[in-house]
Design a protein around this ligand. Structure first.
Ligand code: PEP
Ligand code: MN
Length: 262
């Protein structure tokens, strides 16, 4: 609860980056790491746009087992290499307990995906790790369920936790999910944890991402996780919701009119 730390949890990352402080933190990059060239170019572009974290999946939770499943440990190595080269931090998804040890040397923040929000064994294990985590809201999870999943990590002693609204499934089919902007102030009120918005998975349509990003920050988000791809039309996953590099750059300039962005 917020009473535990009325001033809110601030998470200190390397390079002096603070999540949960005065500044909005941008995490961006492609849905998946696809190749060295692709992730290096992505890193340069998100850095130029003002992001502090490079995102990119190495282990991908795909709806179909026949879709691209990610580059695995090769992807982790590439993320670390290009992030160090460009001065960025790395956030990437962990899908199962056995990947935790493998990932530790390469990453700065574990992303727990919507599909794993209630993988309680994984959450419990991440509670014992001393590395920040970002927990995404499940596809059909209530706020209460998000909070209880967060408890699995917190009760293990890992307080460096970010919550992330990424859209929920409703009867509406025009957008991929329904971005529940109200979840952001609700989570900020109920918890001491930093809260992010992920408008990319929230709407699934590139041109709707900027307005939902702005809305998230207006609603009090501490940061944004957004997909950007150097060539979204050729992306191996989530191309339709990935921003073009110039769109990200323009969006960050707009965000800066609302709040300080680092
Ligand atoms: C992703 O960030 O690429 C992803 C798979 O997100 P989610 O878990 O929110 O679907
Ligand atoms: Mn994605």
């Amino acid at each position: 609860g917020r009473n535990f730390r009325p001033e809110g949890t601030k998470i200190k990352f390397p390079n002096g980056v603070v999540v949960g402080g005065e500044e909005v933190v941008i995490m961006s990059g492609p849905c998946s790491v696809e190749s060295r060239e692709q992730i290096l170019l992505s890193a340069k572009q998100v850095k130029a746009a003002g992001a502090k974290f490079l995102r990119g999946g190495a282990y991908k939770p795909r709806s179909s087992p026949y879709s691209f499943q990610g580059m695995g440990v090769e992807g982790l190595k590439l993320l670390r290499e290009v992030a160090d080269e460009t001065g960025l931090l790395v956030i990437t998804e962990v899908m199962e307990i056995s990947q935790i040890e493998v990932m530790l040397p390469y990453i700065d923040c574990f992303q727990i995906g919507a599909r794993n929000m209630q993988n309680f064994n994984l959450l419990r294990e991440l509670g014992h790790v001393r590395k920040p985590c970002l927990l995404k809201r499940g596809i059909a999870a209530t706020i209460e369920e998000v909070l209880l999943s967060a408890e699995y990590i917190l009760s293990g002693g890992n307080y460096d936790l970010i919550l992330c609204e990424r859209g929920i499934r409703t009867y509406e089919t025009y957008t991929r999910n329904t971005m529940d902007i109200s979840a952001i102030p609700v989570l900020k009120k109920l918890t001491h944890l930093p809260v992010f918005g992920d408008p990319s998975h929230g709407v699934g349509i590139r041109d709707l991402v900027p307005s939902m990003a702005l809305a998230s920050v207006a609603a009090g988000a501490d940061g944004l996780l957004m997909e950007m791809h150097p060539n979204p039309d050729k992306a191996m996953s989530d191309g339709a919701q990935s921003l073009y590099p110039e769109q990200l750059e323009k969006l960050v300039a707009q965000l800066r009119q609302l709040a300080p962005v680092v």
